[in-house]
Design a protein around this ligand. Structure first.
Ligand SMILES: NC(=O)c1ccc[n+]([C@@H]2O[C@H](COP(=O)([O-])OP(=O)(O)OC[C@H]3O[C@@H](n4cnc5c(N)ncnc54)[C@H](OP(=O)(O)O)[C@@H]3O)[C@@H](O)[C@H]2O)c1
Length: 326
């Protein structure tokens, strides 16, 4: 028996205006899905493609749609939601609250499958957004709906925040030696393909799926080496102690209790410290270390080629969001 199910299906996609959601939208359309986007604004597509869009701020609750719109279809739901602001309250509102509203909508539609884009870092949670993501993962798992929870490593765009600085002749910043943390970065196209696969590949049903791009794992230092090779310039590196984030965060602690804005700023420093000191690879409980060899891989796109095209064509379309430093 084949382990691939047929898929003439309506795919409801939340987050299609976001970075990965945009890739997922294009992949779904290419694969022949009938797509309905749900979000605050309609996604922009090239002129020959179109998609039905339902305007909805999921912070206000599930979309109001006549359910019989879907009765004849197999319906699946994909969440590529993410908090734009990243502050503590916003993290809970979006990563937990908006996803909860989407799940409730999926349940009303008797959707067959819910694919959640999560993050590999929730395996070692220390930050507010990770706790919010985990709380929703648990809610989804206990809902009884068939699910796939995709936990990717770093996206290419998140490792591209220093390109403009290097082009301007500045040094490449690494934390500590730059060799203590690593990841298996994945491209938007490859991740979108993997997410679509979750809808049809039974081996990915009811699973938590950590996923990276093609190996080997790359340290922050090695990313710098790649960038200087691509711009054909001698490597200039500046090492920053990761403790810098801790010191600033500690200094802010007494004031953070007085203001939500300062509490968020402090949380951003804690996020900076996390990314400066933790690898985006599978954590192996047994050996108590990040295990590159155990981190699953998918796709063929390479960070080196992404850097080459980014240096040639710029980073338009790759909104760096909060990742300008990394
Ligand atoms: N960056 C990385 O390397 C990395 C690695 C692993 C996992 N992740 C995770 O991957 C996910 C997606 O990342 P991304 O960079 O693609 O995110 P993104 O570009 O910031 O997109 C977020 C999406 O969520 C939508 N959204 C937010 N609040 C909403 C609301 N209240 N109602 C409806 N839609 C709402 C946004 O819509 P609007 O356009 O209306 O704002 C946007 O479409 C995140 O959860 C992130 O934590 C990231």
């Amino acid at each position: 028996m084949s382990d691939i199910v047929a898929h003439k299906t309506t795919a409801i996609l939340a987050g299609a205006t976001g970075y990965i959601g945009g890739y997922v939208l294009r992949a779904l359309l290419e694969q022949g899905y009938d797509v309905i986007s749900i979000g605050r604004t309609a996604p922009r597509l090239s002129s020959e493609k179109s998609v039905r869009h339902v305007e909805c701020d999921l912070l206000q609750g599930p979309p109001q749609l006549p359910l019989d719109t879907f009765l004849r279809d197999r319906v699946v739901v994909i969440s590529c939601l993410g908090s734009r602001g990243g502050g503590k309250k916003d993290a809970w509102a979006v990563e937990f609250g908006a996803n909860k509203a989407l799940l409730s909508f999926a349940q009303d539609l008797a959707a067959e499958h819910f694919v959640l884009l999560s993050a590999i870092c929730v395996q070692k949670p220390k930050l507010e957004f990770q706790f919010a993501k985990l709380a929703f993962e648990r809610k989804l798992i206990s809902s009884g709906m068939c699910y796939s929870i995709v936990r990717p490593t770093a996206y290419f765009k998140s490792l591209s925040g220093q390109i403009e600085n290097l082009r301007a002749g500045k040094s490449y910043l690494v934390f500590n030696s730059g060799k203590e943390t690593a990841c298996k970065p994945i491209s938007g196209e490859d991740l979108a393909e993997f997410i679509c696969l979750c809808l049809t590949d039974i081996s990915k049903f009811n699973k938590i799926l950590p996923i990276g791009g093609p190996g080997p794992a790359i340290t922050q230092y090695a990313q710098g080496e790649m960038l200087f090779e691509v711009i054909k310039a001698p490597m200039r590196i500046r090492k920053i102690p990761s403790g810098f984030f801790r010191v600033l965060s500690g200094l802010m602690a007494p004031f953070a209790v007085l203001s939500e804005r300062l509490a968020d700023k402090r949380e951003f420093l804690r996020i900076g410290h996390y990314y400066a000191t933790e690898s985006m690879l599978l954590w192996d409980d047994e050996s108590q270390r990040y295990a590159p060899e155990l981190t699953p891989e998918y796709g063929e796109d390479r960070l080196y080629d992404f850097y080459k095209s980014a240096l040639q064509d710029g980073l338009e379309g790759h909104d760096l969001g909060a990742h300008k430093l990394f």
